[in-house]
Design a protein around this ligand. Sequence first.
Ligand code: F6R
Length: 261
Amino acid sequence: MEVIIQSDSEKGSEIAARLIARQVREKPRSVLGLATGGTPLALYRLLARMHRGEGLDFGSVTTFNLDEYAGLAADHPASYHHFMEQNLFKHLDIPPAQRHIPDGLAKDIPAHCEAYEKAIREAGGIDLQLLGLGSDGHLGFNEPGSSLASRTRIKTLTERTRRDNRHNFSSAEEVPHHVITMGLGTITDSRMCLLLAFGKAKAHAVRLAVEGPVTASVPGSLLQFHQRAKVILDEEAASELERAGYYRWVYQNKPPWQIDL
Ligand code: F6R
């Protein structure tokens, strides 16, 4: 796991944007796993700017989002379909047939989840999976206690996550209890995992995920088993890390042949 600490979220997002841009330039038919929430917003703005200003071409890219609320239609303002359309897809040139987000209104949820897994496999697997971290350590909507081998399925949100996401809904009661999410097994099958976490509210979860034991109680800790996981943090999110000084030194003193950003 490579831990990259930057002074603020804007600088962290710039590194993430450069990594994604390089991935897409080197392999135009890349399969990207995408996340929603507050964390990737600056990154998505940067990708839109690179598309507009530098001609970064997403026309052959395929995407799979991590999750969606069960019971929300795509046009619901709090749905992740709506989020992706507003914050990324309408600014890029990815053909609609190449974008995938779990369907919150799927009638047969197990069959839909199986088809989602099959679509990922048929696309050749995910090259780069973007991730945020829940304040309770969740990845996607895999809440603490999720099977480390899980695949796409329905999950029940913790009260903490429902509270964290309350601001997207008009009332606390409206926040769904159920979601469809890629599993932890699905996520870690990706060739590269890129976790972003910014702000003080994430510091404890970051400490547990990066330096704690690998446990289903902290789904983010599973990234410690991944061969190519990068964790990009701002100073606040890194503030509880014991080895922060070491990570900074490593990043600033990479031998030239190891620099990949
Ligand atoms: C979103 C997702 C979640 C979020 C996490 C952090 O698609 O899968 O795991 O990444 O809840 O959310 P924010 O970024 O809003 O703090």
